[in-house]
Design a protein around this ligand. Sequence first.
Ligand SMILES: [Zn+2]
Ligand SMILES: [Zn+2]
Length: 339
Amino acid sequence: MLVVGITGTLGAGKGTVVEILKEKGFVHYSARDYLRKRVEALGLKADRDSFTAVANAIREKEGGDFIAKGLLEIAKKDGRNCIIESIRNVKEVEFLRKNCNFILLCIDADIKIRYQRIVLRNSETDKVSFRTFVENEQREFSSSDTNKQNLGLVMQMADYTLDNGKDIEFLHSQVEDVYNKLPITTRPSWDEYFLDVVKTVAKRATCNRGRSGCVIVKDKQILVTGYVGSPTGLPHCDDVGHLFKNVVNDNGEISTHCVRTVHAEQNAICQAAKKGIALQGATLYCTMTPCRTCAMMIINCGIQRVVCLNKYHSGQESEEMFQQAGIVLDFVSKDVLQY
Ligand SMILES: [Zn+2]
Ligand SMILES: [Zn+2]
């Protein structure tokens, strides 16, 4: 998980940078929202003065990094790459650098341009004269107490500084440049991880009529694996050709199936039987909707969830049986496999 901290001067365009990063998949945590909850809990008006006063009061009591601590705790529970906005205190930067994969991004622009922006924005916390605007900023820049906000020092700690003194395209191109340098870690979910293993296992299959794989998992650990192939010691389709049998379907049509192989799901279940591994309560990951026979075996093994990469063209009966048996059936893709 990567945490991008956002700092910068008022009216610099921090919110715009947050929006651009959100489009790239980052989750957004706002220090302001976190503070607003604390300010409101104290029954105070949510203006800039209350925010600063309350923030400084809590900082004195709980330490200069209390917002960063609170937000990082929430972010870690979620686990996705995120933005923490906005960082205004040296201790917050120090805490985040120490406790997560952290990059600090600073957004700045000429003070006159920023003042024009906040006048246009016209929000409740922004209604000040240019003189007050400059004075407020100087105050935020100059505190020597490390528990208080010190924007000037925080901005100096940034890994990257963006200049939002021109148009939106200029800002976009800078965000893009920084984004391409970020140490983003994309960790697969558990389902993605086990399905990737299914794809690898399936490469060992020996019948090209359907190279399926299967992995059975419990408590996030792989118990057994299986791929479609002939019984041990018997010749493989890939070496001697398929062993076709005709099947008369309900509608009178005759279809041809290769019957030389044991299905991936069945092979995984056989491996469990061979090794004495209980499958009760497990999750089965496989290439496509299990066939009727496999579905019946899965139900009777006590497997509780089946996750398939794709739908099998005649998997309807299995889907109904799983539903009746109370087994959860999930598909990654609704694409129907025909063969
Ligand atoms: Zn075959
Ligand atoms: Zn099957």
